[in-house]
Design a protein around this ligand. Structure first.
Ligand SMILES: [Ca+2]
Ligand SMILES: [Ca+2]
Length: 284
């Protein structure tokens, strides 16, 4: 039990340090241009992207119009934060704030929009969340046109144009510790009006942190750890990014604690292709 507590706090401190580092980065530059550009597809730091510059160079991407509303003002962002607090329980986060604002396109390739994201807060169940607010100019002033909760960090790399239509999709990567098991979630979304549609999702778990192995007491042959490494790559040259999933699995051979555990590791790769008809990634 003592070890479980130590492991839990070690993990908490680690998550906190990463979170602080992320906050520093986003504070330095509050408003960032994240205009989609197929020759510069972006992805999270942990994701490898094949830029395939040669294949995408010839494509003309419509540039968003400069919005007649100018940039969202501090006063307006204060109202956005108020709306976030109304719609979501920001928990014990007393100093909840707008952590950053990014320029993006979510409705059309030519309509400038912004996305404002809150600082992290603890939602029910202990998961770390933040709120994303989509902001659009109605011709006269900025309006909040959608709001979702979002687990994990949010950076310019969280915006990616997977199908080369000039409209951003959102990559969400988050994780935590629950009942001795570490988990990592990977989701890909697209805005649909005020909410989002999920285009892809996977979920990895590990019993090798937080004392999960002792609690679950798995038998030989059971998978005790999965990891996913996700990357985007245009494998067939059709200007739409495939999602490449490298999966690692650890199968228990012997041992009952994190110190004496022996695993057999297997690795496999899966490629998912975006199906525009269904509006989601499907296995090839
Ligand atoms: Ca897109
Ligand atoms: Ca492709």
């Amino acid at each position: 039990m003592q070890k479980t507590i130590i492991l839990f706090f070690s993990l908490f401190i680690f998550i906190h340090l990463v979170s602080c580092s992320s906050e520093q980065n986003t504070h330095q530059d509050q408003t960032v241009d994240a205009t989609p550009n197929p020759s510069k597809n972006t992805a999270p730091a942990t994701t490898n992207v094949n830029k395939n510059d040669e294949a995408t160079e010839a494509i003309a991407v419509p540039q968003p119009q400069v919005p007649s509303c100018g940039k969202p003002s501090e006063e307006f962002l204060g109202k956005v934060l108020g709306q976030m607090k109304e719609e979501f329980d920001l928990g014990t986060e007393k100093d909840a704030k707008i952590e950053g604002v990014l320029n993006a396109q979510f409705s059309s390739a030519t309509e400038a929009e912004y996305i404002a994201f809150s600082s992290m807060f603890y939602a029910g169940g202990g998961a770390q969340m933040r709120v994303l607010a989509k902001i659009a100019c109605d011709g006269e002033s900025w309006k909040v046109t959608g709001m979702i909760d979002y687990a994990g960090f949010f950076t310019p790399q969280s915006l990616i144009d997977i199908d080369n239509d000039g409209i951003h999709e959102l990559v969400e990567e988050g994780g935590g510790l629950h009942m001795g098991t570490c988990f990592t979630n990977y989701n890909l979304y697209r805005w649909q009006g005020a909410k989002t549609k999920q285009l892809f999702s996977n979920h990895a778990t590990s019993l090798l942190c937080g004392g999960g192995l002792e609690m679950a007491a798995p038998e030989k042959g059971e998978v005790i750890e999965t990891e996913f490494e996700m990357s985007f790559e245009d494998k067939d040259g059709d200007k739409v990014l495939e999602l490449v999933e490298k999966k690692m699995e650890g199968v228990l051979q012997s041992g009952t604690t994190e110190e004496d555990v022996k695993m057999e590791k297997t690795e496999s790769t899966m490629v998912y292709k975006y199906d525009a008809t269904q509006g989601k990634y499907i296995q090839l």
